[in-house]
Design a protein around this ligand. Structure first.
Ligand code: AMP
Length: 171
């Protein structure tokens, strides 16, 4: 796992004071480390049958699409408001100050679809919880919430109590 970890760059005070940002761009830029990372993420999924991989804007799209290809599943983007062109459903979630919202196309998931949710970082868990609500509101069955990195001290897992959460790297 150190082979992957050394390609995660820590940026202090980005995007604002007090945040230790986990920058995965060095990992994406290195083909060997990216391939290894994809292999390890696939190992976390095991032999589960997955119909759709849902990735959260924007860094959940990178490995999310790669996972979808490997799993022979469709890929579904969850985006910030106003970015998706077709009819959407929305779910609000709390930020440190105020509210934000996530959107998904209303026909992106079929009832009974077995869904893998993927994002780069699990921090406070608010984003992933809102994403789970969107998936479940369309009748998707969430098989696993899959993350590259978990910031354990923020206890985001608490917000995903009813989900199977798997993370490659824990800080
Ligand atoms: P949260 O809702 O607090 O769990 O935040 C998770 C979302 O914010 C993910 O989509 C991450 O990409 C992003 N995020 C939160 N904290 C960080 C961090 N320290 N480094 C990189 N991305 C982060």
């Amino acid at each position: 796992m150190q082979k992957i970890e050394k390609f995660i760059r820590e940026i202090e005070d980005f995007p604002k004071n007090g945040i230790h940002f986990k920058d995965i761009t060095p990992l994406l830029a290195n083909p060997e480390a990216s391939k290894l990372c994809l292999e390890k993420l696939m190992e976390m999924i095991g032999s589960e049958k997955i119909d759709k991989v849902v990735g959260i804007e924007a860094r959940g799209f990178f490995f999310g699409t790669l996972l979808a290809q490997q799993l022979d599943a469709g890929f579904v983007p969850i985006r910030k408001p106003g970015k998706l062109p077709y009819k959407t459903i929305a779910e609000p979630y709390e930020l440190e100050y105020g509210l934000d919202s996530l959107e998904m196309h209303e026909d992106a998931i079929e009832k009974g679809d077995r869904v893998l949710l993927h994002d780069d970082v699990l921090a406070t868990g608010g984003t992933a919880r809102a994403a789970c609500k969107l998936i479940e509101s369309l009748g998707g069955e969430i098989v696993q919430c899959n993350f590259l990195i978990e910031l354990k001290f923020l206890n985001g897992i608490q917000k995903l109590k009813n989900q199977h959460v798997k993370t490659l790297l824990k800080y």
